[in-house]
Design a protein around this ligand. Structure first.
Ligand code: 5GP
Length: 241
């Protein structure tokens, strides 16, 4: 099924063409980056844990009627996904103020955001993913007004599903980033939902359980990724030694 053609290599994943029309191969690599690629490393097993958690969440969303690009697992760090025409937006749902929200705006770290706040950035590394608003998104003709509404409503539904699930595991969903794409005009969740794209705090201790551990040298990244992956999936992930 694997065709050698590399279509795209991002900071932590590689996309290959497959022999099956409409299907792509998404490989989660062990590379880890932060600050627009300013900090880089490799962590053995990281791709496997992110792949496992993404798979778990994609299945959960599908079971709730939320369409995603997930099709099947190929190996512990590789998925078969539906080919989408990707929308160059990063949809960030925030339940608690942290990260760039606190850096750039007068929010207090840990401030509860109720209702949740959606922030949409342009996915454009060369411009450092600038924040957009609805008018700019429509003026740039990235999506239609109806599509934008679908994207936001879907992001909020996903937030409710993930927040509730994670809270039962003792994990607070602070914020997370989604990417969407289109297949035959249907909007679907693409990319990944993993420790690289979520901000997770231990509900009792407030400890970071996500890429902030790497960004800010808060501890052992791999122990954190493995522990949280096992906690989320109930031990379903393959252990990487
Ligand atoms: P912040 O805007 O505070 O840096 O990030 C908010 C949330 O979105 C965090 O959970 C962060 O991991 C995620 N996020 C924002 N931009 C990106 C990005 O370019 N790539 C990934 N993987 N996640 C992002």
């Amino acid at each position: 099924m694997r065709d050698a053609t590399l279509l795209y290599s991002g900071k932590a994943k590689t996309i290959y063409r497959s022999e099956e029309p409409g299907l792509l191969i998404m490989e989660f690599r062990d590379d880890i980056t932060a600050f627009d690629g300013g900090k880089k490393g490799t962590m053995k097993g990281k791709g496997t844990y992110n792949c496992c958690v993404s798979t778990y969440f994609f299945r959960m969303l599908e079971s709730q009627g939320i369409p995603t690009h997930f099709m099947r697992v190929l190996d512990d760090h590789t998925l078969a996904v539906r080919a989408l025409s990707m929308i160059p937006l990063e949809i960030i749902v925030r339940n608690i103020a942290a990260g760039s929200l606190v850096r750039n705006l007068p929010f207090r770290e840990g401030q509860v955001l109720n209702p949740p706040v959606i922030v949409i950035d342009l996915k454009d590394d060369s411009r450092h993913d600038p924040m957009l608003n609805d008018d700019l998104i429509l003026a740039l003709d990235i999506v239609s007004a109806a599509e934008l509404q679908t994207i936001k409503q879907t992001a909020l539904r996903i937030n409710e599903v993930l927040k509730k699930f994670l809270s039962q595991k003792g994990i607070t969903l602070v914020d997370f980033k989604l990417e969407f794409g289109k297949s035959d005009e249907q909007i679907m969740v693409g990319d990944e939902i993993s420790m690289d794209s979520m901000r997770l705090w231990d509900t009792h201790t407030g400890t970071s359980l996500d890429k902030d551990v790497y960004r800010f040298d808060k501890g052992d990244v791999m122990i954190t990724y493995r522990t949280v992956a096992m906690q989320i999936t109930g031990g379903e992930c393959e252990e990487v030694k």
